[in-house]
Design a protein around this ligand. Sequence first.
Ligand code: SF4
Ligand code: SF4
Length: 206
Amino acid sequence: MKYAHQAVRHVRAGGHAVVWETDARAWMVVPQPDPANVSDLGYWSILDLGRQRYRIAKVGPFRGLAVARIPRGNEWIGRRRAERDSIWPGPMRSVRFDCLTCGACCRSNEVILEREDVNRFKKSGRDDLLKRPLVRKGANGKITLALLRNKDCRHMGSDNRCGIYEIRPNACRHFPVGSECCLFAREEELGVHDGVVGGEHPLKRE
Ligand code: SF4
Ligand code: SF4
């Protein structure tokens, strides 16, 4: 890997790197995740690739860093992230988010209810939240929050506030602000390319 050492410098300084082994084989390299930190953005950048697992490299230039193969067919995700961030010098940057002016992650999403969510709704006397039209039940027993026709979550108000905030599902509680999934939702739903002057990413692709 020709640029492995540049990638390592970038990651050791706090960034995330996409490293191409061949045109069709790429790796996500991030600092060693902290399992106790549910907002660990490196870990989320792996999860958001559809990967649950990573390995800590024991030898070679990536020693001590977390490495995950980008799933075949999802290489475009790594390319898109790299293009988005390539206009920024350095491995990190600061972006201020205001969820109340955003709400992107409450649109076109799939919130799967966990047993804990079901219990929380019941304990709060909100059994109605487990019935149609507020949920969809799959044949496999999976319960998901139903969306409106325009794909907004049915619990999101016109002010972007969550109508069930105190008892919202775990998936919403743990959604990591500033993560790849957050940035992606903002791009897809709002056309916001964070921090880019003029709001339009110069490398945006249709
Ligand atoms: S997409 Fe990100 S910034 Fe927007 S509401 Fe969700 S967590 Fe907040
Ligand atoms: S339940 Fe609340 S936080 Fe979760 S997606 Fe709906 S509006 Fe957003």
